[in-house]
Design a binder for this molecule. Sequence first.
Ligand code: F6P
Length: 377
Amino acid sequence: MRIGVLTGGGDSPGINAALRAIVRKAAAEGVEVIGFRDGWRGLVNDLTTPLGLKEVSGILPTGGTILGTSRTNPFKKEKRDGKTVWERTDKVDKVLATYERHGLDCLIAIGGDDTLGVAAHLVPQGIKAIGIPQTIDNDLWGTDYSIGFPTALSIVMEALDRLHTTSHAHHRAMIVEVMGRDAGWIAVQGGMAGGADVILIPERPFSVEDVVARIRKRLDMDKRFSIIVVAEGAIPAELGYPVIRAEEREDNILRLELGHPPEMAKEKDAFGHPQYGGSIGYWLANRLQDYKKELEGLTPRVTVLAYLQRGGVATAFDRLLATRLGVRAVELALEGASGVMVGMQGEKVVPVPLEEVAANSPRLVPDELIELAEIFY
Ligand code: F6P
């Protein structure tokens, strides 16, 4: 048996632990593994790399992905009459030809909703595919945790711990912008772990007055600093965007209003996602300047955590998650399964149909968790 493996989308700590698990389990079962470089581009252009026991030796604690990654989409993803269409292109033919040429019995794709979405659309075209959830955004439906999310939380928590000291010493309203795209998982859980005083997420459009009121309440308790965690996809209610789904935010209008330069806001990836990071944090800081009197001189300052959240070594939780998901993916391949993602549900690793994952992602933060976080601010 021969399995191909690729890693696509944004990188994150824990991917290499999954690759190691796949190779170790495959070797134990006498299965050959071929690595494809740079996500789906590796299948389109037939870019392979050996992926055996030697290659995965010593990679357990390392961040990034030894296979490389990209946001290549062999399909053309478009909106037509309000519906998202994945149109077949000649790149899909190239993927299928590469799959045949290498005599693959299955392809394991490690990534988020875009990478696994491609896998879901390729299965009806004749390939066998199994997905492993990997995204710091943790927004894949069908799994409680995606590889990379646990480590990202620890990074956010440590950043908040460190920012507390300056915020406290200088009496500042410290705005910390975190990633997560259209879901607030990193903001809510990272913010709770790091003791944030305000958490703003895409799931609940926020009002600046409410942020000011929360900081004011702390000032009244003689707390002369505040830490505000804002998710990159958070939406100010005053801009009149009550929607939360990316596909409903046309043409980057929101990004422009928040202050992205037009050429940057126009930049979309092959899956139609605009660049989110680096605007809402500064927008909020500007708006807080309008409330100098209420905030008694508490100066706003911005820290955009950006790619720091995706770097470095994986936590124990992430390594164990990646290891369990990797092993289960190989077991399913051996059983002849296809069109499923291995999801972590409670204590169990279960196969979830890729079609369902694609149809229901992004998975948003449930109300109970948001309300739990709100107890603390
Ligand atoms: O999906 C992971 C993620 O880090 C998002 O949180 C973020 O919006 C996006 O990727 C950034 O993408 P890029 O790496 O293409 O800048």
